[in-house]
Design a protein around this ligand. Sequence first.
Ligand SMILES: *Cc1c(COP(=O)(O)O)cnc(C)c1O
Length: 364
Amino acid sequence: MSIEVPAGVRKVAESLDDVPAYVYDLAGLDRHAAAVRAALAGTEICYAVKANPDPEVLRALAPHVDGFEVSSGGEFAHVREVLPEAALSFGGPGKTAAELALAPSAHRWHVESPAELRRMREPADVLLRVNLDVNVTGAALAMGGGATPFGMDPGGVAECLALLGSSPVRLRGVHAHLASGLAAPDLLTLAEAVLAYGRSLGLREFNLGGGMAVSYTRPEERFDWAAYGAGLRALARPGETLRVEPGRALTAYCGWYLTTVLDVKRVHGERFAVLSGGTHHLRTPVTKGHDQPFAVLPGGGEGEDGPVTLVGRLCTPKDVFARRVTASLAVGDVVAFAMAGAYAWNISHHDFLMHPKPAFHYLR
Ligand SMILES: *Cc1c(COP(=O)(O)O)cnc(C)c1O
């Protein structure tokens, strides 16, 4: 595994002390988002804020996206504050009364159930979230294709359609986020099913969701945005609006998490490197069950070759970044974890053990 570390990240590593650091490569994010925007010409892009709501990340993405997808009143208020003019799509199962009151000021409201629609008492532009009976094998996570709490099956949609006559909302189309971790051809197959279903209801606006694959085991492998964009253009009919809402595949690559090696030890024949950080800062490898890709920036110490397990300093055996990987590590080296820009800091359990919070750096 050979990971290229941007010069700005190396610079932060040079002055890193025992407090870990997150580095967001905003210049790299700008280039990536511009390339995605170009590849998806003709399709609207909404960034799924839950992947990483950092204000600087949101500002870097803003010029390249049509809007933001939020899944809570907290995310809604946050994006409103950072980017007051942004168009917001609001989705997610289980909405409180306070959240439902936001519906009139959302660009799109994703209705998750007939009961939710019954509770909507003010005009709003809605998409009905559908969970179609499709094949999602091979996906990292499945939100559709079977019984899940997300969206509605066609029976639930039919119930909503019957309610519309007495509802103040305006039906704009359908929303679907059926699976995540899929390659372009698989996502296009799902898109085809969602389009056919929406058209059968006479609708012309389609939010096809996110879920574009990100490979942590083969970091150089990237989602084929060009093929996906071309495929969507081939599927769309004149007068239709197609929208996607990627999260992980937009921001994963711009984030780095830097830690120093505090200890290297051998226990019952196995070598461990104990780092100054932990999964309370970067929970991604534990939740996804992978080895987080990393690069070593030597600190001048004499490392030993051979398999080593990279751990944090939480008092739990689950605090592991990578298991039995080949690396030469010495006390004082910096380990720069790559692909820490999505579902990383913001999904981690920051307060467990009360270690210091990382510093945050932004490369422009
Ligand atoms: C999480 C989520 C997304 C983004 O998914 P990624 O896998 O990060 O692309 C998009 N839409 C909805 C409704 C989501 O819940």
